[in-house]
Ligand binder design. Structure first.
Ligand code: LHQ
Length: 265
């Protein structure tokens, strides 16, 4: 029984959530899923939370499903399907839908669902010593937690297919070169860079960023015409926010904007 399977730290304008089961490389058990779900709901309900930083305690980001947990018992196909339905799928959907940017600071290995949960974040920064492993192929499973969706879109079908079929690790430098992640940093710089990004987002025009997240995701299913229509409608919505008015005013007055992140009335 873990004391606290995740840790939550409140910073100025954002929160840090740390997977905290370092003895098993922060693999997910049911308690960790439940704690994470509650922490994400609290972050979303807090109007002062304008970004989220997700990372792992110890030497790993997350090794996916805890293979000792009852969710992962061999042969129980229905249980695996239901644990995706109950936990992993809502988690990936929530990360994509949170109304502020989510930054993953991948501090070590990210394997199985752990890799794909990192890829579900809006911006992935990884330490030089980190790696991404589609471990599913090694235990007879298929990539889940959005892996079959994110991988081909991020790195193209040839690389996605080979990674999914071999489970070969991708080191952080290659992950950056391939476009799987935003940036690799030196190990000692990782957390400072991730905090810097979140500090930036804590005073950014949050509603505009949330709308940006949404239309980028929707673009995958749209042709250009539909996407142009969606941009027009979403721009209309963005232009009604107080932050848009402030952004233009500050530009014209040649000063730094003060964005509140609030919706229009
Ligand atoms: C672990 C784990 C782990 C428990 C390391 N569980 N203990 C969804 C729905 C339901 C069911 C099935 O799955 C899914 C989605 C998935 O995520 S499936 C994929 C599950 N994950 C994996 O298959 C990854 C398994 N782990 C590994 O391949 C390696 O541990 C990696 C490549 C992550 C790291 O390798 P090393 O750096 O060599 O570390 P290690 O293997 O020595 O692990 C350190 C410890 O952590 C070790 O325990 P010990 O008591 O011997 O020190 C591992 O047993 C434990 N651990 N992953 N997923």
């Amino acid at each position: 029984m873990d004391d606290k399977p995740i840790l939550v730290e409140k910073c100025a304008g954002y929160r840090v959530i740390t997977f905290n089961r370092p003895q098993c490389l922060n693999a997910f058990n049911e308690a960790m899923h439940q704690a994470l779900k509650a922490a994400l709901a609290e972050a979303e309900a807090d109007a002062d939370c304008r970004a989220l930083l997700l990372t792992g305690a110890g030497r790993a980001f997350c090794a996916g499903q805890d293979l000792n947990d009852r969710l992962a018992k061999p042969g129980e196909t229905a249980v695996l399907g239901s644990s995706l339905e109950a936990y992993y799928n809502p988690l990936v959907r929530k990360l994509r839908a949170l109304p502020f940017p989510v930054v993953a600071a991948v501090n070590g290995v990210a394997a199985g669902a752990g890799a794909n949960i990192a890829l579900a974040c809006d911006i992935v920064v990884a330490a030089r010593s980190a790696s991404f492993v589609q471990a599913f192929a090694k235990i007879g499973l298929v990539p889940d937690s959005g892996g079959t969706w994110f991988l081909p879109r991020l790195i193209g079908p040839a690389r996605a297919r080979a990674l999914a079929l071999t489970g070969e690790p991708v080191l952080a430098d290659k992950a950056e070169a391939w476009g799987l992640i935003w940036k690799m940093t030196e190990d000692l710089d990782l957390m400072a860079q991730a905090h810097q990004l979140c500090t930036h987002f804590a005073s950014a025009p949050t509603v505009g960023l949330a709308l940006t997240k949404r239309i980028l995701d929707e673009s995958w299913g749209n042709d250009l015409d539909s996407q142009l229509d969606l941009e027009r409608e979403t721009q209309r919505e963005a232009s009604l926010t107080p932050d848009y008015a402030e952004g233009v005013r500050a530009f014209l007055e040649k000063r730094r904007p003060v964005f509140t992140g609030r919706r229009g009335t």
